[in-house]
Design a protein around this ligand. Sequence first.
Ligand code: NAP
Length: 259
Amino acid sequence: MDLGISGKTALVCASSKGLGLGCAEALAREGVSLVMNARSEGPLEASAAAIRAETGVEVTTVAADITSAEGRDKVLAAAGQVDILVTNAGGPPPGLWSDWSRDDFIAAFDANMLTPIALMQALIPSMAARGWGRIVNITSQSVKAPIPVLGLSNTARAGLTGFVAGTARQVAGQGVVINNLLPGIHATDRAEALDGAVVDAQGITMEEARAQRFATIPAGRYGTRDEFGAACAFLCSQHAGFMVGQNILLDGGAVNTTL
Ligand code: NAP
């Protein structure tokens, strides 16, 4: 299927690895020029070089912390005019409800709620003025079904979801389509870190921790970054123009709901 977005420009945040990288790769394969971002320069440059070599698209890299105002300014200045925005950042650490201080909550809000909101506020006006834009926010299955040890994530992402629900409907008439992609467990460094925490907490092996988690996923496995990227590229496509303000689960059936 031709997604109809060749020649567009996408800003994909936090994209040197994992799910963000999957989105960048899938968009590049559709002929979309990229602005890629991550904090560490080495992996960012390596991923950008691999994408250039595979697809031939133009890739601009910006090493910066997207959760800081300075980082966002740097990324937005380098990006210029953007047609497609994929928001993403690292997820908050696990813990117990009683562990977290006000500062922990503020950090989670900054990373997983206020940063995507600030990026949308910065880029929607020019998308709307040109009558076309696509925004995908990478959130989490925890928006639909809370993950108790990820209380900071549950809280911050619920706030972002509320913002998107209203805003998507305010800007849809101007050709700007906003949706959220909700990953379940995918085979990335983040999943490795979460499984590592289970290993430490329960005194079991990594294989046992994985087997325990696989058993909670009807598909019986973790998702891949290619699968995630392909879904993201579709949401950024011409074909997704009537799909507004949705929260799309990619979780192998792990969240047990009818709707
Ligand atoms: P990952 O494999 O650890 O990759 C994270 C990427 O984001 C890296 O490129 C990292 O590069 C970059 N990054 C992290 N913090 C950043 C920051 N402040 N500014 C700029 N770049 C930043 O993580 P992932 O699995 O792809 O997860 C992505 C998001 O999806 C996270 O919010 C995670 O909580 C959420 N999620 C993931 C899963 C899963 O199973 N993987 C499930 C549900 C939700 P640098 O470290 O160099 O900055």
